[in-house]
Structures are given as structure tokens and as C-alpha cells.
Design a protein around this ligand. Structure first.
Ligand SMILES: Nc1ncnc2c1ncn2[C@@H]1O[C@H](COP(=O)(O)OP(=O)(O)O)[C@@H](O)[C@H]1O
Ligand SMILES: [Mg+2]
Length: 512
């Protein structure tokens, strides 16, 4: 991947793109790669930071001179670039902090025009993208990709050979261990990978495949610190969800679809599903259990955080969030109640419709183009605000409609929850419970049992079927208060979505 980066930068510089913007946390690695490009093109490299000013860091032709005044000031360095006649790359570190000032904008635009006919290139380097609108056309963004698998293997080799700085202990890895460690470290920056390897070597006096948990721990930390995604602990497998036989089957068939074997077979990696349906029927629950079932980590993306201006620009937040998800791949990325993000924004002052549309576009494009095994599970309780692009084929693999559970499914749900509440389902009159929970969602059934248990607990006795029947009878299920919107949802889904269960498939209307 670094090879691609070098090639791209090399090409852009030769084509005299005057201002590049390299997005990265890894200044050291980026500078090293830029220096390689500069050497190939026989150009000098200057580096500037607000603290150190401007310095020469590479000068293959011995033409560069250290600037007499260190040009610590932002405008001074830009002037220096303008004046100098040495073919060079000027790396400006953390320049995003200054790029918004009107003088800098003006000067960069002037530079852009004058550098086009010179052999000088400005490279802005920083961890985040901040480009004022006026400069959008003048600046070319280049992403420094994270280290590839091969580069990580290279790092591990150098650790084994004792060429790195951390070695105090003998480290010996066989090819399988090296493969496992490099795979686990994918998604970390080179520095992060070095650090986590160093940490485990110092602590355990060795490095082997048992350290994979530490590497994953490092990734969790990074995600937590960002505040954009939530790392969820998965609680149980898919047998916690009652009903939905067709969806479970669909998922079961895709367990192996993320591996190399499936790629060799010619299958594309699954993209994800949208679970649309009635509230309280287990959509969020199912999303949580998929990850557990597949033994992947579960990341939750809260769209409202992406749009929170104080964390960063929405575009930047989305970029980072998606990158972090990819870093943990294979992973399940859960976007709960996706319609809310699209709804709340229209009238809000934090963002405008244009931004919303751009972020949605960004997310959808990513879904379509992603090569990494990130399985998106989006849930929605209504179709009202869903952008049509989301529903188009090719973005998600399938849209499933989750309806109210039918009798057989309610029986399963009752058993699951009785078990969970430490009761033996065989002691209960299931058919009576199934009957009295007609039109109830899974959540309402669960609440019914809990409420009945409160009553019996208060009376110091064991809970009976009749307690549950009574509790259910006292509840007005949503299906009654919201029957109209549920009918509308069903009508919409009947043409566009797949039912999650075979019983729902057969009994199109009513909650059987
Ligand atoms: N099909 C189901 N099987 C088992 N439990 C369910 C089911 N549907 C709902 N529940 C219970 O109700 C709770 C809330 O459901 P949830 O998944 O949040 O519904 P939704 O996301 O569809 O609104 C779940 O955590 C679970 O305890
Ligand atoms: Mg939900």
C-alpha cells in the first residue's frame, strides 16, 4: 500500500500538482516515504513546524540552503516557498491549524498559481482534513494508507532479527505466528503496531500468537478514544432471538462468506442487511447476536455522533468512523435506527440538508465500494425518512421486514424469556400464553412476564401462567394503538422487503 502511496505522490508531483494534503497520524512514516519520492526526483525536502520552523531534511543534489530566519511564522514560510528557486518538497506539519486564516488562504492560492510552473511542491500534513472552501480546488488530498499486511510482516521480521529498538529479548516467530500477529495488527498505524508489539515483548519477555488479545485491546482503545463508534460487548448467540427462521437461515449461509475460501470461490464479501419493521420485535437484539454468532467484534455507529459538530466536521467524523470499522474487520457495524439520523437533521441548526445529503452519500458510496469485510446491520422502525439510495440494490444485500411474531414465534419468544428469567417453560401453559399474547411484540411479551413475576414475588409465591395471562391482558400492545402505521409499513414492505420468517410469509395479514 505504501508503494501505491509513493507512486501516487510521485505522479502528482511530476504532474506539478502544487499543493498536496497528506492525511495521516504517522508523520514519521509519511516523511520517510516522501523523502524516497524526493530522492527519486532529485529534489530537496524541507520540513516546517510551528515550533521548529523550516529545516532541510534531505538534499540529494546539495542545492538547498537552510533559511537564515527559521520562518517560524506561517506567512514567512509561505513567502520563503514562493521566493526559493530550489526544486523541493516543502512538508508543512500540522498546517491544518492555520489554514483557515484569510491571509493563509490568499497566499496559498497565489502559491498554487506560481508553483504550477516551478519544481516546488507544498505538502500539507496532518491527521485531519480541514480545507476551506476557497482552497478546495487548489489542494489535492492524498491518503497515507495504513501499513499493509506485508509491511507488518516486515516489521515483525525486523523485530525477530533484532533490528528494531525494542529488542532486549529473543523473539522468534514461526510463519504461522507471524501471519496471525500481522493479521491482528492490520488497521493499526506503524507506530501503534510497533508500540503494542514492544509493550508485550517488554511485559512477557516474548511475543507470540497469544498476544493477539493485546492487539485487539489496542484497537478497542483507539475506537473508544475517538468517541465516534461504540465497541459493544456481545451477549449471546442467535438462539436468544425467537422466530425469524428465514433470516437466521440467510445468516447461517453467510458465516463462511467472509473468508479467503469464499473469495477463491468467486463470491463477493457480504455487504449487510437492513432490518425494517415493527418496534420491539427484536431488530436490535438480532443485530447484537449476529456478531456473537460469527465471532466478530460488534461496533455500533450512532449517526447523531457523526453529526456532532464539536467532535469535528461531519465528513471527517464519518471518514474516521468508517476507517476504524475497517481497521477491526472482519466486524459487524451496527447502525441502529438509521432513519432517526436522517429525520432529525432536516430542521436542526447543527447541520443543513446539504451536509446531511453529503454524509449519506459518503456512507452509501463506502458501502458500495468497500473491499474489507465490514458487515453492516442497519435497523429502522419506519421507512418515512429513509433515503431511496439506501434501499437501492447493490448497497445492501437484502432488506428484511420484521413483523409482529406469529403464534409459533411467540411460543419461542415466551420460552426464551421464561428461561432467561430462570423458569422452566414446561411448567407453563404455553398455548394459553400464546393466545393471550396475540398482537404483542417480543418486547411486550418480555415485559408481560416480568410484570407477572413482580406480582407473584410481592405475594411471596411462584409465578403461574395465569399471572402472565393477566399481565398481558392489562397491556395495550402497540399493534393496537399504532395499527395504521403498522399496516402502512406492511404494505410498503410486501413489495420491497423479504419476510424474516416463513410463518410471516404465509400469513400476510393479521398477526396470527
Ligand atoms: N424475536 C424476539 N425474540 C426474543 N426476544 C425479543 C424478540 N423481540 C423482542 N425481544 C425482546 O425485546 C427487547 C427489545 O427488542 P429490540 O430488539 O430492541 O426491538 P426493536 O429493535 O425491533 O425495536 C429485546 O431485547 C428482547 O429482550
Ligand atoms: Mg431497536
Amino acid at each position: 500500500m505504501s508503494v501505491d502511496f509513493c507512486q501516487e505522490v510521485d505522479l502528482l508531483i511530476r504532474a506539478r500538482y502544487p499543493v498536496l494534503y497528506v492525511v495521516t497520524w504517522e508523520e514519521g512514516r509519511a516523511r520517510q516515504l516522501l523523502t524516497q519520492v524526493a530522492q527519486r526526483q532529485e529534489k530537496a525536502v524541507y520540513e516546517w513546524s510551528i515550533t521548529d520552523g523550516l529545516r532541510v531534511v534531505c538534499d540529494p543534489k546539495r542545492r538547498a540552503t537552510e533559511p537564515s530566519n527559521r520562518c517560524r511564522e506561517v506567512m514567512a514560510v509561505l513567502n520563503e516557498v514562493l521566493q526559493s528557486s530550489v526544486p523541493a518538497i516543502y512538508v508543512l506539519k500540522d498546517f491544518h491549524a492555520f489554514i483557515k486564516s484569510p491571509e493563509v488562504v490568499r497566499q496559498l492560492r497565489d502559491l498554487h498559481d506560481s508553483l504550477r510552473s516551478s519544481y516546488k511542491t507544498v505538502v500539507i500534513m496532518g491527521p485531519v482534513v480541514e480545507i476551506p472552501t476557497e482552497l478546495e480546488k487548489a489542494v489535492t488530498l492524498v491518503d497515507l494508507p495504513l501499513p499493509s499486511y506485508d509491511e507488518l510482516v516486515g516489521l515483525l521480521r525486523s523485530i525477530c532479527a533484532g533490528r528494531d529498538s525494542v529488542r532486549k529479548f529473543a523473539v522468534d516467530l514461526n510463519p504461522e505466528q507471524m501471519d496471525a500477529l500481522a493479521k491482528a495488527a492490520q488497521g493499526l498505524t506503524m507506530t501503534e503496531a510497533e508500540n503494542v508489539f514492544a509493550k508485550t515483548i517488554v511485559r512477557d519477555s516474548r511475543l507470540d500468537a497469544t498476544d493477539i488479545q493485546d492487539i485487539i485491546g489496542e484497537k478497542k482503545q483507539i475506537i473508544r478514544k475517538s468517541g465516534l463508534l461504540e465497541y459493544c460487548d456481545t451477549l449471546g448467540g442467535i438462539n436468544q432471538v425467537g422466530g425469524m427462521d428465514l433470516l437466521k437461515d440467510w445468516l447461517r449461509k453467510r458465516v463462511r462468506a467472509f473468508g479467503q475460501e469464499a473469495r477463491h470461490y468467486g463470491l463477493p464479501s457480504p455487504r449487510g442487511v437492513l432490518l425494517l419493521g415493527v418496534q420491539g420485535c427484536g431488530k436490535s437484539l438480532l443485530a447484537k447476536t449476529i456478531a456473537h454468532e460469527w465471532r466478530y467484534p460488534l461496533l455500533r455507529m450512532d449517526m447523531s455522533r457523526i453529526f456532532q459538530a464539536y467532535i469535528g466536521s461531519s465528513e471527517e467524523n464519518m471518514r474516521r468512523a468508517l476507517r476504524m470499522a475497517e481497521m477491526l474487520a472482519p466486524v459487524v457495524l451496527w447502525v441502529d435506527e438509521i432513519e432517526k439520523a436522517f429525520a432529525g437533521l432536516e430542521g436542526s441548526s447543527a447541520s443543513d440538508a446539504g451536509t446531511t445529503a453529503r454524509i449519506i452519500g459518503q456512507f452509501l458510496t463506502w458501502m458500495q465500494e468497500k473491499q474489507t469485510p465490514v458487515f453492516v446491520v442497519a435497523t429502522a422502525n419506519s421507512v418515512k425518512n429513509l433515503p431511496p439510495e439506501l434501499l437501492r440494490k447493490g448497497r445492501l444485500d437484502e432488506i428484511f421486514f420484521v413483523d409482529l411474531p406469529r403464534s409459533r414465534e411467540r411460543a419461542e419468544i415466551l420460552q426464551i424469556h421464561l428461561n432467561k428469567l430462570k423458569r422452566d417453560p414446561a411448567r407453563f401453559d404455553l398455548s394459553a400464553l400464546v393466545k393471550s399474547s396475540h398482537g404483542f411484540s417480543g418486547a411486550e411479551i418480555e415485559q408481560g412476564i416480568i410484570s407477572a413475576m413482580h406480582d407473584s414475588f410481592f405475594e411471596n409465591r411462584e409465578v403461574e401462567s395465569r399471572d402472565i395471562v393477566t399481565a398481558l391482558g392489562q397491556t395495550v400492545p402497540l399493534s393496537r394503538t399504532m395499527s395504521e402505521s403498522i399496516s402502512a409499513l406492511r404494505a410498503w414492505a410486501s413489495e420491497r422487503a423479504r419476510p424474516v420468517s416463513s410463518v410471516q410469509c404465509r400469513a400476510e395479514s393479521g398477526a396470527g
